[in-house]
Design a protein around this ligand. Structure first.
Ligand code: IPE
Ligand code: MG
Length: 222
């Protein structure tokens, strides 16, 4: 979800106004996604690299997401949305991690859209976390290196149990993946959009889903 800052600056507003508008865009996409055939949605809210930003902006983004999702909880539950937060939780402020637990507990038995919020997430950090977890089992003698398959490796990821994404969208006119879902995106269809994240609407998602349907996916076959 890139381009919040530029969206605000273009309007003479502080960057945080762009983050707030970006969160509103997430709300609208979540409501529209199931109707467009989307069953799982993973949004990149804060990366392991975003700590390089000014402390005020870091704190604002981290609190914004959990406070917005907390505010939307009754609505999300009525839409059967199951929320999961993926990323390294150890470094999150205590009030943020407490809210994360509340959000997950409230929606754990929802059987509709899977909404995954990547918070203090990095694709490399996720792979490293999984590798360490498996290595620990080997060291404890409960697993051997040859037991590791792609499916088993999946089970150590923060996004365990989720089907690999069909579609990856990056907004903000940048053509890079910036450490998002590196393991999971092996066969995803990539979309790079010139528009800024706060301008992303359900109609944009609909357009992407339609384009996705016309892509020819071969998964390595001829
Ligand atoms: C949002 O967009 C992405 C987050 C890290 C929350 P940016 O804050 O990167 O916006 P730009 O790229 O400066 O426009
Ligand atoms: Mg950016």
């Amino acid at each position: 979800m890139d381009g919040n800052g530029r969206w605000a600056v273009e309007r003479g507003l502080p960057r945080i106004a762009g983050h707030r508008q970006g969160a509103q865009a997430v709300h609208d996409i979540v409501a529209a996604a199931p109707g467009l055939g989307v069953t799982a949605l993973t949004v990149f809210a804060f990366s392991t690299e975003n700590w390089k930003r000014p402390p005020d902006e870091v704190s604002y983004i981290l609190h914004l997401f959990v406070s917005m999702v907390t505010k939307w909880l009754p609505e999300l539950v009525s839409q059967h949305v199951r929320v999961r937060i993926i990323g390294d939780r150890a470094a999150l402020p205590a009030d943020v991690s407490a809210s994360v637990e509340t959000i997950e507990k409230r929606t754990v038995s929802c059987d509709g859209l899977h909404l995954n919020v990547a918070l203090n997430y990095g694709g490399r950090a996720e792979i490293l976390h999984a590798a360490r977890a498996f290595a620990a089992e080997c060291a404890a003698g409960t697993a051997a290196p040859e037991d590791l398959t792609e499916d088993r490796f999946d089970s150590y990821l923060w996004l365990w149990g989720e089907a690999p994404p069909d579609i990856i969208v990056r907004t903000g006119a940048e053509s890079r993946v910036s450490n998002f879902l590196l393991w999971e995106m092996a066969y995803a269809e990539l979309f790079f959009l010139d528009l800024l994240w706060p301008d992303f609407t359900p109609a944009t998602l609909d357009m992407i889903v339609q384009k996705f349907k016309s892509r020819n996916r071969r998964f390595g076959s001829s």
